[in-house]
Ligand binder design. Sequence first.
Ligand SMILES: [Zn+2]
Length: 69
Amino acid sequence: MMELDIQMFAVPARKVSKTRKRMRRAHNAKDIPGMTKCPSCGEMIKPHRVCPKCGAYKGKNVVETKEAE
Ligand SMILES: [Zn+2]
């Protein structure tokens, strides 16, 4: 196997421009693991479960909730 002689150094904050810092951090936002968006109300919900907010499952209303009335 080829040996990599790349070394990572600490870089002083003032040496990294705002743009470079922002470009690097553009990929840092992550979705909450194990959560999906409800197709009917857009709320973050756990998959394969009835939405606690609108009572919908697979786009159909299956449980009555306060907000659905
Ligand atoms: Zn919902």
